[in-house]
Ligand binder design. Structure first.
Ligand SMILES: [Zn+2]
Length: 376
């Protein structure tokens, strides 16, 4: 597959996302109601009781087994931990990366085997359409879902309108442009909500996002109030590989940031703080190609970035030390000669030359001869 094939037609992306979203909503609603559902309803946890006829199971502790009262207490505790971690509305893009599971980050940057299939990493993501505070992204797909070549990740920057409103009234267009370009850098570090149309997001992480107040709900995404008792009973991790890729591009890609600046400019100029910005097919393909050509696809947490920077610094210092040692060994520092020493050496050389000249005749220089040579 060529680097840009997965991009497909951007004009149909929003419609595809909507259809997939409606299908998934129906599927999820049905799944929650099933007696052997993998999702635990909020009522089950709140009351601590459940219908004994339902064969509720969990994988808490590593193996699949029937749920006990203690499990429900453990679930409540896990819920509290997530809620305490996220007290504000939204979550920052870098925080999503920092709190993500190492396995999901690995799957974002390198391929892995699923049975006989090789699942490709998620190395490319492009914005498609921005509407108000909501930006739709598409990413390439790993290939685990048959027939799916791209995934839809929707992101809402919850403070976008507030940022746009901060521009001074009466500013000229050029000033607004400069304002938007500067503000886009703050925007990418501001709180956001997100949704991905993949299974991993829906059945592992959507619940965490919902109770953490950073899940993007209707009409762009879904909230999930049922506990993932089978897939993720310990509530670990936070984001699928598609979301991780999008967050990485939001925090680092100049192309994505200039797209956001363009959109921010439009919203700033709008009295109602409304407007849409469409990504062109050409730009999306250029971006996809640039991303595919990168040699390093890793996504680093803040701690990993710091460790890598420290390692790089240590490596540079070691290299410099090595170079200095090598240089010193190669060229020994010449001893500094005083004028007096130079004079003495010159005199000794003259006497030695005189001796060498007389030696073939079996003669030793006399003191007068030496004095004469030293004078002359
Ligand atoms: Zn996903």
């Amino acid at each position: 597959m060529a680097d840009t094939d997965w991009v497909g037609k951007l004009s149909g992306a929003a419609g595809e996302a909507k259809t997939r979203y409606q299908d998934e909503t129906a599927k999820l609603n049905h799944a929650v109601k099933k007696s052997d559902s993998i999702i635990l309803s909020p009522r089950d946890i709140l009351t601590g009781e459940w219908d004994a006829a339902r064969t509720l199971e969990t994988t808490l502790g590593g193996i699949q087994r029937h749920i006990t009262k203690e499990d429900l207490a453990a679930f409540s505790q896990n819920i509290e931990t997530v809620k305490q971690r996220h007290t504000l509305e939204g979550i920052k893009a870098q925080q999503v990366i920092d709190l993500s599971d190492a396995l999901d980050r690995k799957r974002t940057s390198s391929s892995y085997k699923l049975g006989k299939k090789t699942i490709e990493p998620i190395t490319q993501a492009s914005p498609v359409l921005a509407n108000g505070q909501v930006i739709r992204f598409i990413t390439n797909a790993g290939g685990s879902t048959p027939g799916v070549t791209r995934h839809h990740v929707v992101v809402e920057f919850v403070k976008l309108n507030a940022f746009a409103s901060a521009a001074k009234r009466g500013d000229k267009d050029t000033t607004i442009r400069a304002f938007a370009q500067k503000t886009a850098k703050d925007l990418v570090k501001s709180p956001l909500k997100f949704y991905c149309d993949c299974e991993r997001h829906k059945y592992w992480y959507c619940y965490i996002a919902t109770i953490g107040n950073f899940a993007l709900g209707k009409p762009y995404g879904l909230l999930q109030h049922g506990y993932p008792k089978i897939t993720n009973p310990t509530l670990d991790g936070i984001a699928c590989k598609h979301v991780i890729r999008v967050m990485r591009e939001i925090t680092t890609s100049p192309h994505v940031q200039s797209y956001l600046a363009k959109h921010l400019e439009k919203i700033t100029l709008s009295h109602k703080k409304q407007g849409t910005t469409q990504q062109s097919q050409k730009d999306a393909e250029i971006l996809a190609r640039t991303q595919a050509n990168r040699t390093d696809h890793t996504v680093q947490t803040t701690d990993e970035k710091k460790a890598a920077a420290a390692d790089a610094k240590a490596a540079r210092a070691a290299k410099a030390k090595q170079a200095i040692t090598k240089l010193a060994a190669k060229a020994p520092v010449p001893e500094r000669k005083t004028p007096k020493l130079k004079q003495a050496e010159a005199a000794a050389d003259k006497v030695a030359a005189l001796r060498a000249a007389l030696a073939p005749f079996g003669l030793e220089p006399t003191q007068e001869q030496i004095n004469a040579v030293l004078k002359g």
